[in-house]
Ligand binder design. Sequence first.
Ligand SMILES: [Zn+2]
Length: 288
Amino acid sequence: MNIIQIYKRFPTQQSCIDHLERVRWDNTPTCPYCKSTRQTPRKNTNRYHCNSCNTSYSVMVGTIFHNTKLDFQKWFLAITLVLNAKKGLSARQLGRDIEVTKDTAWYMLMRLRKAMVEYGELLQGIVEADETYIGGKNKNRHKHKKTKGGQGRNTKDKDAVFGLVERGGKVMAQKVNKVDGRTLKTIINRNVEEGATVSTDEWRSYNGLDGKFEHLIVKHGAGIYVDGLAHTNTMEGFWSLLKRGVIGQFHNVSSKYLNKYINEFCYRYNNRNNNQIFELTLQKALNI
Ligand SMILES: [Zn+2]
């Protein structure tokens, strides 16, 4: 959905709240504290009095919208803008788009990122594994990851990021402290179905994968990028999307928040063909 459709479908604050109540409660208000459905609506508010535990609550309690003073239309538009922003959306841009301050937009984005987390199923079929670096000095990279002409251009600390992608399926990626065999293989073992095919470059951390998986190796060091089914081009496509976002929109993300940005990019990528992504994101926002 684009912002015009959202704007028309949810023209008022009340229409947004009604929708959230439908999504969260299926129109049966339920106390978030004691789970009772015995309640009395409070007049002229969107709050309910729980007749079981005597508290009062609204649909926002315990969700990413808890205590928000912003109009829900702005939240709904923000969700739509973020979901449609392939290369990510900066707080500055979101602030301009929905007329809130940059700080408010930043806070909204951080909250929305909590909803944009996925708990993955095991990856199957042919899975590409690859590492990359965000920021940092080229000279500190492992030789096979150096980029031409990049020497000394980046001075900030680098972060290593490791990713797995099922060809035609989902991606997962995370910041890692090391790119040694133990770290990378632990992640692969946890996230890839046994017996699947894992395609990597010749980096030595991937040695020994052939015990549990079929291991395809493409020799980047020899200038080979595709060798039959052996390649990491899908993963590299994701890296370039992520890097354009991080460098272009976020002007070097602080290492502390990097995983949140990575999750956001994975979430968008994994739902690229999901036309219910707005509803899915609302559900996730409400079930936190
Ligand atoms: Zn209650």
